[in-house]
Design a protein around this ligand. Structure first.
Ligand code: ASP
Length: 444
């Protein structure tokens, strides 16, 4: 059985944690391939190497070189190599890297060097072959991952190698230049390697012991979730439960490869097992987890008889598309439609233009915009089996004295999404959590 393990930034933060990674990787012969992140924070207030690298790129843009910002990168990596006492000429590698960052003049290239450098060090420490993701993970001209091609290139690179390291976070675009995933994207790289290697398990090693039923910054000691389905994971991580990148399931899903979240600093903890949805067995629980995000904007459009106006929604969506703005949900009534947009996707000034263009396109009777709306997702396959779940959600929210601004229930009955004002976000999360989880010790 092949296991692929991915280690995140805190696991790679310094020489001591890298030694831990080595111990974990070597303690199980089934752990064959390893994917690593760039060194993350060593203590609160520390700066992640990836963030330092974005700084170096800024310096290159402003001054043509990156002397000052790159000093910090050199100090970090030279310190690690010294601590590990490995035979690697890190000085020359760092000089080459600096030159390449100055020549490439690309933010993606600069950011990718964190994974490149930590990969070089870790491969030397483990004494296993180093595979540069640039050679095996490919994106098409629109920036989408070329999955089939990447799986094939990777499978070829791994074949005949009992063990190997692959760098996380980046690959190569159609223009031959390095391209990164979005932040936290080494989780996706790990999933791609697991798929290409035909792994039986994708282990994702991080600094927490798996998923919790709610955000621990808001609810005190939320119960751990021992297992969940791919679909539940997608809903929860998309809505802010940020243990794992929300896109990591796509490469493993088609091959039914389960993911186990493990804690590098408490390897004895069971963690969370994420199972293919087809293998989901009803365990009796109603709700698996509650997650949420703040700062959404709702564009509310009302027009009598809109249901008879063919192309009404399309015209509005075309306006959004022309501005490159994606939407999250569209709850509808007979004569009303609301478009819910993540505030982060609305640069200032764009909203006013969008509103003017929607007015022009569909001549609504009324249009209103609400901003600073939070969305809270109550997630669980069990909801479809239990009558009255939504009644419980809404009476808990009403009991907390919170006014519900919007409701959306997916037709899969996997989630109920509730919109409330940002100022009520924490209170709503706590109320819903208490309704479903008081007295529970863990979610199986
Ligand atoms: N190093 C990258 C980041 O900080 C990618 C990752 O760690 O997954 O976002």
């Amino acid at each position: 059985m092949i296991k692929v393990c991915k280690f995140g930034g805190t696991s790679m933060a310094d020489g001591m944690t890298m030694r831990r990674v080595k111990d974990i990787f070597e303690s199980d012969p089934e752990r064959r391939y390893i994917v690593v992140s760039a060194p993350g924070k060593r203590f609160s207030g520390d700066i992640k190497v990836t963030d330092l690298l974005y700084e170096t790129h800024k310096e290159v843009e402003e001054t043509g070189s990156c002397g000052e910002a790159f000093e910090k990168i050199c100090a970090r990596f030279s310190g690690i190599v010294q601590e590990l006492k490995i035979d690697l000429d890190i000085g020359s590698i760092l000089q080459e890297t600096k030159k390449a960052i100055e020549e490439e003049k690309s933010a993606d290239f600069a950011a990718s060097r964190g994974e490149y450098l930590s990969g070089r060090i870790m491969a030397a420490l483990l004494n296993i072959p180093f595979i540069d993701a640039r050679d095996v993970i490919k994106f098409d001209a629109s920036g989408k991952l070329e999955s089939a091609r990447s799986f094939e290139l990777l499978a070829r690179a791994l074949s005949g190698k009992p063990k190997a390291l692959v760098t996380g976070f980046y690959g190569e675009g159609a223009d031959g230049k390095v391209k990164t995933f979005s932040r936290g994207g080494s989780d996706i790289s790990g999933a791609i390697v697991a798929r290409a290697a035909g792994a039986a398990l994708y282990e994702n090693w991080t600094d927490v012991s798996g998923f919790l039923a709610c955000d621990p910054r808001i609810v005190e000691n939320p119960v751990p979730i021992r297992s969940l389905s791919y679909k539940e994971l997608r809903e929860l991580s998309y809505m802010g439960a940020n243990v794992l990148h929300s896109e990591s399931i796509f490469p493993v899903r088609e091959a039914d490869i389960p993911i186990r979240i493990k804690n590098t600093f408490r390897p004895e903890d069971e963690g969370t097992l994420i199972m293919p949805t087809s293998k989901y067995r009803f365990s009796g629980r109603t709700v698996t987890g509650v997650a949420g995000k703040k700062n959404f904007t709702v564009i509310f459009v009302e027009k009598s008889l809109m249901n008879l106006e063919i192309g009404f929604a399309r015209k509005i969506l075309t306006v959004l598309e022309n501005h490159g703005v994606s939407f999250e949900h569209i709850p509808t009534g007979i004569d009303t439609m609301s478009f819910i947009i993540d505030g982060a996707h609305l640069p200032s000034g764009v909203l006013e233009q969008i509103i003017a263009e929607i007015k022009e396109a569909v001549h609504p009777d009324q249009m209103r915009v609400f901003d600073r709306i939070s969305l809270i997702a109550v997630v669980g396959h069990g909801m479809s089996r239990n009558v009255g779940t939504s009644a419980r959600v809404f009476s808990a929210i009403a009991g907390a004295g919170v006014n519900v601004r919007m409701i959306d229930q997916g037709s899969s009955e996997l989630n109920i999404i509730v919109g409330v004002d940002d100022e009520n976000y924490e209170r709503t999360l706590r109320a819903v959590y208490e309704e479903f989880f008081t007295g529970a010790e863990e979610i199986n």
